[in-house]
Design a protein around this ligand. Structure first.
Ligand SMILES: Nc1ncnc2c1ncn2[C@@H]1O[C@H](COP(=O)(O)OP(=O)(O)OP(=O)(O)O)[C@@H](O)[C@H]1O
Ligand SMILES: O=P(O)(O)OC[C@@]1(O)O[C@H](CO)[C@@H](O)[C@@H]1O
Length: 303
């Protein structure tokens, strides 16, 4: 089973405003709500590609019920720990420029954490754990490290899509796969990455540190898959970006779905990139049909 971990899920409130003015009453041209949080997005993308997963994390209140019910309606398994506060609402404002306001999330107590860890003690070596998204303020900053230590002891593969301090901690535990974007990779090394060549050089440094596979996404500049033995670069198809929320998560969801169907790494990488672009070119997360439409426009080359 692939378990996705979203420590701080959300209701993503997607609001389109034609000419947004600070200090004025703005009215929406359209608005929608979706369950959000990076691990949940990975689960939803995998589900669209016919791959089962189980979504873990903490939810609470009416917003938590919305998230859980939405996933159940999509036939996605969940095993959330219920907390007493409300799951956060993250505002995604679509106007001339995309602007996001992410909430803080509910308080998570020590007993909630103990309950959460029980799921990991029951996993076995054939499982995969995907850690994705930020760590809420009431959880210890070392929580991802603690999860990886349990997984490493059991031989469970860990995939991580995290940033900042959490990325530093995750890298030191040598996970199976990480997917930073070029900003996150640059931040890790205290630099700014401006080209695919620089991304390749810094990505290789992570392999030297013991990470097994690295996917670096570079938005419209393409993506890299770097391993100990080979590296691939992919272009991204041309299209109108309608929504970048969840594009990175779609790369992870697409890649893992393909691996679980025994695709080669090269093909899985291609599908991951197609899924990322399919989300970028859609109002919501990618569909299988949109991914298939984009696949022929992606070339993967060894570098
Ligand atoms: N302008 C674009 N044109 C085509 N594809 C894009 C574009 N921007 C993003 N993508 C697709 O989305 C993927 C992830 O984008 P990006 O590198 O911005 O990751 P991210 O910052 O993790 O995404 P997110 O917005 O979810 O945080 C890219 O690999 C690509 O497939
Ligand atoms: O606050 P975090 O955990 O860093 O990010 C949460 C989030 O912005 O990421 C997803 C897109 O990747 C959204 O569904 C969600 O709102």
């Amino acid at each position: 089973m692939i378990y996705t971990v979203t420590l701080n899920p959300s209701v993503d409130y997607i609001v389109s405003v034609e000419h947004f003015e600070i200090g004025s009453l703005n009215r929406t041209a359209a608005d929608t709500k979706f369950p959000g949080g990076k691990g949940i997005n990975v689960s939803r993308v995998m589900n669209r590609l016919g791959v089962e997963s189980n979504a873990l994390g903490f939810i609470g209140g009416f917003t938590g019920t919305f998230v859980e019910d939405f996933l159940k309606n999509e036939h996605i398994q969940t095993n959330f720990i219920k907390v007493s506060g409300d799951t956060r609402i993250n505002i995604k404002l679509k106007t001339e420029e995309e602007t996001e306001i992410n909430g803080q999330g509910p308080i998570i107590t020590e007993s909630h954490q103990e309950e959460f860890f029980e799921a990991f003690y029951k996993m076995n070596k054939d499982d995969i754990v995907v850690l994705a998204g930020s760590i809420p303020g009431t959880l210890p900053a070392s929580i991802y490290k603690k999860i990886i230590l349990i997984c490493n002891e059991k031989g469970i593969k860990v995939v991580a899509d995290v940033s900042g301090e959490a990325l530093k901690q995750v890298v030191s535990e040598k996970p199976y796969l990480i997917k930073p974007n070029h900003h996150e990779l640059g931040e890790l090394f205290g630099t700014e990455i401006k080209s695919v060549e620089e991304a390749l050089m810094y990505g290789k440094k992570l392999i030297e540190k013991g990470v097994k596979h690295v996917i670096v996404s570079l938005a419209e500049k393409g993506a890299l898959l770097i391993t100990e033995d080979y590296s691939y670069v992919a272009n991204v198809p041309k299209g109108k970006v309608l929504n970048s929320v969840g594009a990175g998560d779609s790369v992870v969801g697409g890649f893992l779905s393909a691996l679980s169907k025994n695709y080669s790494f090269e093909e899985a990488f291609k599908l991951g990139v197609a899924a990322g672009s399919a989300t970028a070119f859609s109002l919501e997360l990618c569909t299988k049909e949109k991914i298939e439409e984009l696949l022929p426009h992606i070339q993967v080359k060894k570098v």
